[in-house]
Write a protein that binds this ligand. Structure first.
Ligand code: CA2
Length: 151
């Protein structure tokens, strides 16, 4: 497995196609290109995945944890989309493993509807980046690289 896993959750495949005033005009492909460029600049390899299914996100975190335990993966950048606000299962998955997971949100969830203010993931995340647009993914990757001692 590559050294960084970028994991995007439900509906993030729709980025750039609707609600540009909230999420910007850039697509998921643009997000993934930004992540690849950032990782390469820092000397890391990266895998980008997107799933609309909670169980697939959990499986990906388990696989990342195994790679981290084997010393090949430094961390996960996770935008869990709306599962952020609902998923005890994702909370448990992250809590149960040692791999650092950085929670990212493109929008400032705290400036939006009240139901977006609570995150089940924040208490078990290694760090949180919120409201910087897609640049938040770059910041999260830089944070993980620095945490791993490589940048
Ligand atoms: O701000 C973020 O990154 C979010 O994680 C995006 C989620 C939302 O449920 C979270 O509260 C905050 C939504 C995913 C993207 O949904 C789209 C829907 C239509 C068009 C474009 C994106």
């Amino acid at each position: 497995m590559p050294q960084l896993l970028i994991l995007n959750g439900p509906n993030l495949n729709l980025l750039g196609r609707r609600e540009p005033s909230v999420y910007g005009a850039q697509t998921l492909a643009d997000v993934e290109a930004l992540c690849r460029d950032t990782a390469v600049r820092l000397g890391h390899t990266v895998e980008c995945r997107q799933s609309n299914h909670e169980g697939e996100l959990i499986d990906a975190i388990h696989a990342a944890a195994a790679a981290h335990a084997a010393g090949t993966l430094i961390g996960v950048v996770l935008n869990a989309g709306a599962y952020t606000h609902s998923s005890v299962a994702l909370h448990d998955a992250i809590k149960g493993v040692a791999v650092p997971v950085v929670e990212v949100h493109i929008s400032n969830v705290h400036a939006r509807e009240a139901f977006r203010h609570h995150s089940y993931l924040s208490p078990v995340a290694a760090g949180i980046v919120v409201g910087f647009g897609i640049d938040g993914y770059r910041l999260a990757i830089e944070g993980l690289a620095r945490r791993a001692g490589g940048a």
